[in-house]
Design a protein around this ligand. Structure first.
Ligand SMILES: C[S@@+](CC[C@H](N)C(=O)[O-])C[C@H]1O[C@@H](n2cnc3c(N)ncnc32)[C@H](O)[C@@H]1O
Length: 226
């Protein structure tokens, strides 16, 4: 467990038994709208730090920037970079009338959800502008044109079966050997959450390309073995 100072340096100052506390001059990633627990954020940071010496990190699904704070801090502390892919128009469940719609994120002029301004503000407040690059694009389009091997890919994009499978097909091959694939919202018990993240976890294991590295709450880390 680590305490990250406002100056961006990483020091082993313990806060509690299971919480990683990011201190960017009082900024707390958990104050950002989002769905990632602080425990899962700590796991992202840990794997990001472990992987980042070998290359850049990439997340699919930025929303308002909560996960980007943890992965961005890891990239910063390892002298690497986080690419954060999102079209910033929200997933199915964020649209008006759906369970996770947040009216504050509605851009009336554009007539659509727009999380990009909040995301950019988060990265600025977290002091991570120098090491987080937003990629405002559909995941499929970004993946198709991607050319750089990645040390870690975190999949937390659309949760429909179509979107989740597109993320798996688009990004798994970009993870470098010995790199990591992390998948959010993997719920083994049907009913605890949607099936698509579990389905891509199954495909990752069945492919023979990945082996399980660690699991915590709804977050699974896999290591690329070939
Ligand atoms: C669950 S949220 C991500 C949460 C974020 N990781 C956090 O820590 O708060 C899912 C995000 O995926 C994005 N998304 C969904 N489908 C996408 C697609 N096909 N291409 C790019 N982004 C997509 C949505 O715009 C939304 O912001």
């Amino acid at each position: 467990m680590l305490w990250l100072t406002a100056a961006g340096r990483c020091s082993p100052r313990l806060r509690s038994a299971d919480r990683l506390v990011l201190d960017f001059g009082g900024f707390d990633p958990q104050s950002v709208k989002g769905f990632l627990s602080s425990g899962d954020g700590a796991l992202l940071y840990r794997y990001g730090l472990k992987a980042a010496a070998a290359g850049p990190l990439l997340e699919v699904g930025a929303y308002c920037g909560r996960s980007a704070c943890y992965l961005g801090a890891a990239a910063r502390d390892a002298g690497s970079r986080l690419y954060s892919v999102d079209h910033h128009q929200g997933s199915e469940e964020h649209q008006p009338g759906w369970e996770w719609h947040d009216a504050e994120l509605w851009n009336a002029a554009a007539g659509r959800l727009d999380t990009l301004p909040v995301f950019l503000r988060t990265i600025r407040h977290a002091g991570l502008e120098g090491c987080v690059t937003p990629v405002v694009a559909r995941s499929r389009d970004a993946a198709r044109n991607w050319r750089t091997p990645l040390a870690l890919v975190f999949i937390d994009g659309g949760h429909s079966m179509q979107a989740a499978l597109a993320d798996w097909r688009g990004w798994a091959g970009h993870v470098a050997p010995d790199g990591y694939l992390l998948i959010h919202d993997v719920h083994p018990v049907p009913g605890d959450g949607g099936r698509p993240p579990m389905e891509i976890y199954r495909r990752a294991i069945a492919s023979g390309l990945f082996e399980p590295a660690e699991r915590q709450e709804a977050l699974i880390a896999l290591r690329r073995v070939t």
